[in-house]
Design a protein around this ligand. Structure first.
Ligand SMILES: [Zn+2]
Length: 246
């Protein structure tokens, strides 16, 4: 659907310089950006700016939203979608940022993506994810993968695909890899066992590994890597997308 106001706003935003106070935050939290070719880096920043500008950021449990939270959360969303259309997050309206983790049905929750256009993130867990950029575990990347999954209307592990043949190839590879992980979830050194929960979690966990352990994934699961590379139009193993730990 075409939204003229959104289009005009994005056109206005594209003419604005990148906020200088965000420059330091991006360098600090997303050092991988320096490894990207200039056009890809520009697309990353554009996605980040649009996301930070268009989404409602709400602090829960008395948390006050800072520029750092806005840039870090928008940066995680932009990292996934930098080579995708600016519209992929259109159905997402609100980011609720909270402290700590919460419990449900005996499980610990660090983040959630809801069908009604809301993502809830624990700020502590988001920061934890950035601190360990090679462990294949990053709650912000995980939740935004769920949002992309929903672009076809369902949390089913398959985002909207451009063509039927792309969908067919995706389904073939993903179902095999998912079943393999279900068989021996703790043996896989690249994909977290949580990915064996269901197809939606498998896609989110595979996305985390694609960006955080790209070289290992390419070696151990080349077909899965290829499908994710085609979907995200990114090749993190090649660009040595390795943020330095801090
Ligand atoms: Zn999940």
């Amino acid at each position: 659907m075409f939204f003229p106001i959104r289009w005009l706003e994005r056109r206005w935003l594209a003419r604005q310089p990148f906020p200088p106070e965000w420059e330091l935050l991006v360098t600090k939290h997303f050092p991988f950006e320096a490894t990207l070719p200039p056009e890809e880096r520009a697309r990353f920043r554009r996605h980040l700016q649009v996301f930070a500008h268009e989404k409602d950021f709400v602090g829960a449990k008395g948390l006050v939203i800072t520029d750092e939270m806005r840039v870090v959360v928008a940066g995680a969303a932009a990292r996934l979608a930098r080579n995708l259309s600016l519209d992929v997050y259109d159905a997402l309206m609100t980011i609720v940022v909270t402290t700590g983790a919460w419990e449900r049905d005996g499980g610990i929750i660090l983040g959630e993506a809801h069908q009604w256009g809301q993502v809830v993130l624990s700020w502590d867990s988001v920061r934890q994810g950035l601190k360990n950029p090679f462990d294949g575990h990053d709650v912000a990347l995980h939740e935004f993968a769920h949002v992309l999954d929903l672009t076809d209307g369902r949390f089913d592990g398959t985002p909207e695909m451009a063509t039927f043949s792309a969908l067919h190839a995706w389904a073939d590879v993903f179902s095999k890899q998912y079943l393999a992980l279900r068989k021996s979830p703790t043996r896989d050194k690249v994909l977290r066992a949580y990915g064996a929960t269901n197809e939606a979690e498998f896609f989110a966990v595979a996305t985390e590994a694609f960006f955080e352990k790209p070289t290992q994934m390419k070696q151990k699961h080349p077909a899965l890597y290829d499908e994710l590379q085609r979907y995200y139009r990114a090749d993190p193993a090649h660009s040595r997308e390795r943020p330095s730990p801090r």
